[in-house]
Write a protein that binds this ligand. Sequence first.
Ligand code: MCN
Ligand code: FES
Ligand code: FES
Length: 906
Amino acid sequence: MQKKTVNVNGIQKTIVVNPDATLADVLRKQLLLTGTKIGCNKGQCGACSVLMDGKVIRSCVTKMSRVPDGANITTIEGIGTPQNLHAVQLAWAVHGGAQCGFCSPGFIVSAKGLLDTNNNPSRDDVRDWFQKHRNACRCTGYKPLVDAVMDAARVVRGEMTMEELAYKLPADNKIWGGNIPRPSAIAKVTGTCDYGADLGLKMPEGTLHLKLVQAEVSHANIKSIDTSEAEKMPGVYKVITHKDVKGKNRITGLITFPSNKGDGWDRPILCDEKVFQFGDAIAIVCADTEENAQAAVSKVKVELELLPAYMSAPAAMAEDAIEIHPGTPNIYFEQKIVKGEDTEKFMEEAAYVVEGKDLYVGRQPHLPIEPDVGLAYFDEEGRLTIHSKSIGLALHAAMIAPGVGIELEKLRMVQNPAGGTFGYKFSPTIEALLGVAAMVTGKPVYLNFDYFQQITYTGKRSPFFVDIKLAADKDGKLTAMESEWAVDHGPYSEFGDLLTVRGAQFIGAGYGIANIRGIGRTVATNHAWGSAFRGYGSPQSFFASETMMDVLAEKMGVDPLELRYKNVYRPGDTTPSGCPPEVYTLPELIDMIRPKYQAALENAKKLSTDEKKHGVGVSIGIYGCGLDGPDGAEAWAELTENGVILSTCWHDHGQGADMGVMATGHEALRPIGIKPEAIKLVLNDTALAPDGGPAGGSRSQVVVGNAVKAGCDLLVAAMKKADGTYRTYAEMVAEGIPVKYVGKWAAPCTACDENGQGNPFPTYMYGVFLAEVEVDTKTGKTMVTKMTLAADIGKIANKLVTDGQIYGGLAQGIGLALTEDFEDLKKHTTMIGCGLPFIKDIPDALEIMYLETPRDLGPHGASGVGELPLTSPHAAVINAIYNACGVRITHLPALPEKVLAGLNAK
Ligand code: MCN
Ligand code: FES
Ligand code: FES
């Protein structure tokens, strides 16, 4: 141990530390300065950035032995407070820089470090700085962060006042469609928002720390598990195995489609008979400290009999492959698409036919900066209470309750502020493990994943292998499509059938193709289990149809954007599901983007050299808002003496659920003249708020938003007097009029049938993507120089949020196209190893063009936005690479070596 005197945020502190402890741990655990976040804990993401003697450092890799005595440390808490914000913090809030907000403290400290040395940086200086200091953000696409630094610099230089920078409520008291910062922004930019790991540090004494014994092989029979040595380790309270689980020890996907050959009870909470994939949990060590729990993990002895591991769909589909779940075939679900007439004759008679084989979008890792984390305890009413990053509290309660062995009424689920999920938390991850541990020990328990566990334990995007054939007449009008897709869903079936349906719904979507035949297959494998990922099935689907549209255009010798223009939905056309789209907006979106596209082509010609080839690519993207069929939600609106309480579960990945509830509710409540600050939000706790449904399928703005609006409409109607004015709270009470109203909404929709036909979604989002790239012909490396999206997401609730959603989604699309993967269990296990894009990988030139076509079924005319930007940006990038250098990539990501191989083969 070492005694140190350091100056933390201007206060002299004498501390006793382990010289090997990291500064991040000392700040967080000893000084409880939890504004400093830990993401990768490996020096890769900058979430833990602090200033030491004026320099930006990553505190997770700074040992206390390297912190000099007398060092001046500034953490986010020392930059500014909610009552006294620094310009960088205010700029972050007003530019929407904090979505999930997990990266924000690190970025803000880093930006302060920059402005202290250079108060007049260019945008490139800012980008160089964040690149150099490895500040990574998964939500924002970085552009709003640079905008924020530029404005903060203006304030620092005295060219702008804080008042000028701050958001101002318009005179008409309207926030709908505007730029008001989200309610959680100030907590996020000041480091006062407590995420799961921050709550974990503030748990009462006696809380047990959990660590997992996990599989290090991908497929095996378990012969025995011996916990005796581990149980004797210091501080160990209990080692839990499947034998201790009171319930069925399985997580269920709840509903499986009738033709699913499995029963949906295939995912163990703790492995009993088999290991199905690398990272599977086999035992939980519960101990007094994290260190003691971790030390005992390696003492648990697991005897295994190795089985062949099927690491891709084709491998698991092979004739001689054994069943991963004995009794259930590896191909456990099939979804057809049968629309219009038989396609054979159209294929024969077509003027043009193009065919693509094995078009592959891989196992994209979600890479939120915050690793998975949660805690559990019995609350004052004796309910098993589980806090986690769950974005579907009621759904997850139902999925885990029978497996854990608790009645649903005795299970309470709470969402912590989440540092990004991008869909991986549509599935339960550690909830059941926490529940089991709290039940077995009767104590509060806490489990925090490290980043390796985050990557290897949680679900991934499911790869699709797609074969596709398009037929067109002599004018380029599509007449028929044939498709076949295999979905590698990993070992666990939950929502695998639903994902396979997405292939039927979105391969070829956007075009009025009258005749379609196809079949999709869901395949169990031993690679990472498939969980939802933003876009859910659409990036895989559009990669096939949108790259083949370019192949068709080339074959016909026509412009790829104009070929799309000819074919996009117009009145009379139907979606692949056979229903008319709710609006016909794609022709106008193409009209909007056409001048940009033509200018980009000219520009690419001018810029191209033998060494650096420039190219331009387009794609269209569409996604439905809702869970298939009559998806519904509930919300409450309650008048109080001080304002209105709005309550629901609109789960927050980081996208801005709080803003969605606030903006949608406020617009409905505007007749009563309420100010936004008089609206209180009670969200995302099953004991306090009604079920809004999971925040997946970009459904919340439409489905939960409609429920919020319905509750507010009822309240406003009840408050209205005969003379058109509104009752006060006191008048309502005096007249005995109820003050609390339940808003409910259900989509008037029907799920798709066995032929993929139906009317599954109340609204859709539409976009046209334009990518501009530069390909280095010496190295094969592609840089995206600009991305543009023309988007129709209906009426906008909050423009800061929708801009941020789109920038962030485009950045993930660039990652999907060029770098991101989770395939190699040795290499793809860190943020950098997985290809997370940093600021210099994403162009500063991100442009959005909105068309706000009001939707009849959307609240105040809104559709959704979250997933649109990740439907097909990667297809535009891949088309642009072809346009630049003639290399067509069919297997993502387009790593330099693949492009180079294509160039060499030419
Ligand atoms: N919104 C708006 N105007 C519209 C439509 C939406 O202002 N016309 C706002 C909404 O109020 C909400 C946000 O945009 O704050 C997204 O709305 P919506 O499209 O309805 O999606 P959900 O709220 O259901 O969010 C889920 C969606 C999905 S499915 C994933 S995955 C996702 C995403 O949003 N993961 C995210 N965005 C993310 N953003 C961040 N930062 N982190 C994630 O993990
Ligand atoms: Fe320290 Fe990632 S760099 S947590
Ligand atoms: Fe940057 Fe979420 S806001 S990671």
